[in-house]
Design a protein around this ligand. Structure first.
Ligand code: ADP
Ligand code: ZN
Length: 719
C-alpha cells in the first residue's frame, strides 16, 4: 500500500517517474519503522529518501543538518513542490521561531530543518517539546560529522545519541556522501542505531567527464574552454587568494562574467558573489577551496582545477560539485609535477612524521592521477575501494585516441641519460640533466658528460610526459620507496643499441571532445530553446527570490527542449514537473515552447520520451546447440556457477547464453534476476542511456549487482 503511495508522491509532487538507486528500498525500510544508514554520492538523491516518508507518515519529520546556509535553500525547494516545511536556526527572530512552533503544534508542518546545536539547546527543552508533538522520523544529514575518523568531525553531533534514547520508537535515517567502513561503523554506534539497515550505493558519478591537461599555456587553454561554455555555470579552483583574484580579474577583462571567492574577502562581498553565482547572474566563480561547502547549486556544469588539489579526497569532493542534476558535466584539471613539488611543503606537518608521511603519500597519489594513461574513473573508484572495469567511456583517457610518433631518438636520449648517471636518479633530476640545467643540484661530473643537455629542445613538461610513456611501455622502471629512481629494464637495451624503434605519444594531438549536455544524442535537444527556457526560469526565480534551479533543474529544461510538450498533460510527463510546479509554472514554459515550435515548424515529441517497446511474440530460437545446452541445464535447476562448472565455460559465457534466451522470450527475466533488483537496474540503464557498455551501469549500481544480472535486464531492451 504505502509503496504505491510512495510512487504516487514521487510523480505527483516531485514529477519523477522512477526511483533511483536504492531510494525505493530505503523508503520501504523507513516506512516499516526501521533505522537506516544511507551512503549515496552527491547528487544521488538522498533527500527524497526521507522527504517521501515524511509526506506519507502522520506527523513531523525532523531533519538535522549542520549547514545553516543550506537550510533556506532546502526549505525553498520543498515549498516549490508545494510541501510545508520550515527551518529553525540562529538567524531567525524569536517571533519567527514562535510561529514555527505553533505550526508544528497545529500539525501544519511536514518537515523541520534544524542544526544539531539548536536541537540540543537549553538543556532538553526542545527535545521535550518534540515529545509533546507527533514526530514520525529523524533524518540526520551529513552523518559522517559524528565520527572523529571522518574528515569533518563536529563534536555537537555526538549529542545526537540522545535521539534514540529519548525516542526509541521513532526511526532514524542517517545520510552521508562520504564514509569509509570505519566511519560507517562509528555512525551507527554513536547514534545508537546498531540494527540499522545499511544502504551503500556506488560512488561513481557517471555523468562527470574527467580530464587532465598539462599545465602549460593553461591560461589560453582555459579561455578556449570557457568560450565554448559561455552559457554554463562553472567553478574554477586556484590554490592561492592572489591567483583567485588575478584570474577573476583577467577573465572579466576578457568579457566573462566571473567573480572571486576566498576567505580573505569580507563576508558581505563573499555572500554577494556567491548569491550572484547561485542566481545564475554570473556564471563563473573563481575560488579557493573555501568555496563549495554548503553549495547545493544543481546546475554546475564544470569544475576546473588550475592548481593541483592536495589529495584525491579533495579532488573528488570538489569535482563532485558538478552535475548534481545528473546532466553531463565536466571536471578538468591542469596538471604539472611542479605542483606536486610545490605542495610538498604544505603537506609536511611540523613535528608529526607519521602524519606528514600519510599526507605526502596522498599527494603522490594525486600526482599519479594526473599522469594516468588509463581510465580515470577506474582509478578514482579503486581509490575508494570499489571495483570497476577499465573502460568507462567517459573520461579523457577512455575517449582519446593517442596518436603516436616515431620517438626512437627521444627514447634513446632518455635511456642514455639514465644509463650515464648510473640509474641512481629520479625523474626531476634526469630531466634537468637532459635539458642541461645549470642548477647546483646537478653534479659537476654529470655536467661533463656528452649526454648532458642533449634534450634541451624539449620542454620540461613534455619530458615528464615522455618519461611517463616510457615507463608505461616498460622501457624504463620507477623503483619503489621514498626516493624512487628511474632504472633501465630488459627492454631498454635494444633501444639503446638502436635495434628497436619506439613509438611515443604525440603530445600535440589530443582530440578535443564533443560537447553535449546529454550523452544520448538520438534525441538532441534544441539548445536555443533551452536558453529561452532558462530566461523564463530566471524571471520566476527573481519574482520568488529563490535560485533558478529551485524552479526547475537544468535536467527538466533539457527534457522540455527535447520533447517539446505542447499542452499541460504532456508537460506533466517531463521529469521534475510535479503538480505544484505544473500549476505554478507550467503555462509560461509551455507558452515559450509552443512559440518556438510554431516559429520552427516543430511538433511535440513527447512520444519519444517513454520508448514504447513493442513486445514481440516469443520467437523460437534458432540458436546453436551450445546455447540451448546452457538453457537446458538452467531449466533443470542448475545455477549459473554450476552450469559454468559442468560445461567448463566461464560464468560470463553462460550469462551471455541465458541473456540471449531472455531476448528471445524463452526465459523470463525474473528467473535470473531477483525481483527487487530489476527495477534499479532498468532505471540505471535508462538514466545512463546506456545499452551498449556494461561497465558504466555496473559502476552506477555498485557491488550488489552482477554483470550477469545487468546483462539479463539489458536483454529485455531487445525484446
Ligand atoms: P544529494 O542530497 O544526494 O546530493 P539530492 O537529494 O539533492 O542529492 O538530489 C539531487 C537531484 O536529483 C535533485 O535535483 C533531485 O530532485 C533529483 N532526484 C532525486 N531523486 C530523483 C529521482 N528518483 N528521479 C529523478 N531525479 C531525482
Ligand atoms: Zn574512463
Amino acid at each position: 500500500m504505502s509503496l504505491t503511495k510512495a510512487k504516487e508522491i514521487l510523480k505527483t509532487q516531485f514529477g519523477y517517474d522512477e526511483f533511483r538507486l536504492n531510494q525505493q528500498q530505503i523508503i520501504e525500510t523507513i516506512l516499516s519503522q526501521k533505522d537506516c544508514l544511507v551512503l549515496m554520492p552527491t547528487g544521488g538523491g538522498k533527500s527524497l529518501c526521507y522527504q517521501i516518508p515524511a509526506l506519507i507518515s502522520d506527523g513531523l519529520t525532523v531533519v538535522i543538518s549542520p549547514l545553516i546556509a543550506l537550510m533556506k535553500d532546502q526549505v525553498d525547494s520543498l515549498k516549490s513542490y508545494g510541501i510545508e516545511a520550515a527551518f529553525l536556526n540562529s538567524t531567525q527572530t524569536s517571533r519567527e521561531q514562535v510561529e514555527i512552533f505553533q505550526d508544528i503544534r497545529n500539525g501544519k508542518l511536514k518537515l523541520l530543518y534544524v542544526a544539531p546545536e539548536r536541537l540540543l539547546q537549553s538543556g532538553d527543552l526542545f527535545i521535550e517539546f518534540l515529545k509533546s508533538v507527533k514526530v514520525s522520523l529523524f533524518a540526520i544529514d551529513e552523518a559522517h560529522c559524528i565520527s572523529s575518523w571522518g574528515h569533518d568531525f563536529r563534536p555537537e553531533y555526538l549529542q545526537l545519541a540522545k535521539l534514540k534514547r529519548n525516542f526509541p520508537r521513532i526511526p532514524i535515517i542517517a545520510l552521508t556522501a562520504t564514509a569509509d567502513k570505519l566511519v560507517r561503523q562509528d555512525i551507527v554506534e554513536k547514534l545508537e542505531i546498531k540494527n540499522a539497515a545499511v544502504f551503500v550505493s556506488s560512488f561513481n558519478r557517471p555523468n562527470i567527464f574527467y580530464s587532465v591537461e598539462p599545465k602549460r599555456n593553461s591560461y589560453s587553454r582555459l579561455l578556449t574552454y570557457l568560450e565554448k561554455r559561455q552559457n554554463d555555470s562553472g567553478i574554477i579552483y586556484c590554490l592561492s587568494r592572489k591567483s583567485v583574484e588575478n584570474l577573476a580579474e583577467d577573465l572579466r577583462s576578457e568579457g566573462f562574467k566571473a567573480l572571486p571567492y576566498h576567505a580573505g574577502l569580507d563576508k558581505e562581498t563573499r555572500d554577494k558573489n556567491q548569491d550572484l553565482f547561485l542566481q545564475d547572474e554570473v556564471n563563473i566563480i573563481v575560488a579557493t577551496i573555501a568555496f563549495g561547502m554548503g553549495i547545493d547549486k544543481s546546475n554546475v556544469r564544470y569544475v576546473v582545477h588550475c592548481d593541483l588539489p592536495k589529495n584525491i579526497e579533495s579532488y573528488y569532493q570538489e569535482t563532485g560539485r558538478a552535475g548534481r542534476d545528473g546532466l553531463q558535466s565536466e571536471a578538468l584539471l591542469f596538471f604539472s609535477w611542479g605542483d606536486v613539488t610545490k605542495l610538498r611543503d604544505f603537506a609536511t606537518v611540523e613535528g608529526n612524521a607519521n602524519q606528514s608521511e600519510i599526507m605526502l603519500k596522498k599527494l603522490e597519489t594525486m600526482g599519479n592521477f594526473g599522469e594516468l594513461r588509463t581510465c580515470r574513473r577506474q582509478f578514482l573508484l579503486q581509490y575508494f575501494g570499489e571495483d570497476s572495469d577499465g573502460h568507462c567511456g567517459n573520461c579523457d583517457n577512455c575517449n582519446t585516441v593517442f596518436e603516436r610518433i616515431d620517438g626512437t631518438i627521444i627514447a634513446q636520449k632518455a635511456l642514455s641519460a639514465v644509463y650515464r648517471t648510473n640509474q641512481k636518479f629520479g625523474v626531476n633530476y634526469l630531466i634537468d640533466f637532459l635539458r642541461g640545467s645549470q642548477a647546483k643540484t646537478i653534479r659537476e661530473e654529470h655536467k661533463q658528460l656528452k649526454t648532458f643537455g642533449i634534450g634541451a629542445d624539449i620542454s620540461k613538461d613534455d619530458w615528464f610526459d615522455y618519461f611517463k610513456d616510457l615507463i608505461s611501455q616498460g622501457l624504463l622502471k620507477k623503483t619503489e620507496g621514498d626516493y624512487p629512481t628511474i632504472v633501465l629494464t630488459e627492454k631498454s637495451n635494444k633501444v639503446l643499441r638502436g635495434e628497436e624503434k619506439v613509438a611515443l605519444m604525440d603530445l600535440k594531438a589530443k582530440e578535443p571532445k564533443k560537447y553535449s549536455l546529454v550523452r544520448d544524442v538520438s534525441h538532441p535537444y534544441f539548445a536555443d530553446l533551452f536558453e529561452e527556457l532558462k530566461k523564463v526560469r530566471t524571471a520566476f526565480a527573481k519574482r520568488e527570490n529563490v535560485p533558478p534551479y529551485i524552479i526547475f533543474s537544468d535536467a527538466s529544461l533539457v527534457e522540455m527542449a527535447t520533447f517539446l510538450p505542447h499542452d499541460l498533460t504532456e508537460m506533466q510527463k517531463i521529469s521534475g514537473v510535479g503538480e505544484s510546479k505544473l500549476n505554478r509554472y507550467g503555462q509560461e514554459f509551455l507558452h515559450q515552447i509552443v512559440k518556438y515550435c510554431v516559429e520552427n515548424d516543430l511538433e511535440s515529441r513527447i512520444d519519444f520520451k517513454i520508448p514504447k517497446r513493442e513486445r514481440k511474440k516469443t520467437r523460437p530460437s534458432n540458436l546453436n546447440g551450445t546455447y540451448t545446452e546452457s538453457l537446458r541445464l538452467f531449466k533443470a535447476g542448475k545455477n549459473i556457477s554450476e552450469i559454468a562448472k559442468i560445461r567448463e565455460l566461464t560464468r560470463n559465457t553462460i550469462e551471455n547464453h541465458l541473456a540471449k534466451f531472455i531476448s528471445t522470450g524463452e526465459l523470463k527475466l525474473e528467473e535470473i534476476v531477483p525481483k527487487h533488483k530489476i527495477e534499479p537496474i532498468r532505471q540505471a540503464i535508462l538514466e545512463l542511456n546506456e545499452t551498449n557498455a556494461l561497465s558504466p551501469i555496473k559502476e552506477f549500481l555498485g557491488d550488489n549487482y552482477s554483470y550477469g544480472e545487468i546483462k539479463a535486464v539489458l536483454a529485455t531492451f531487445e525484446l
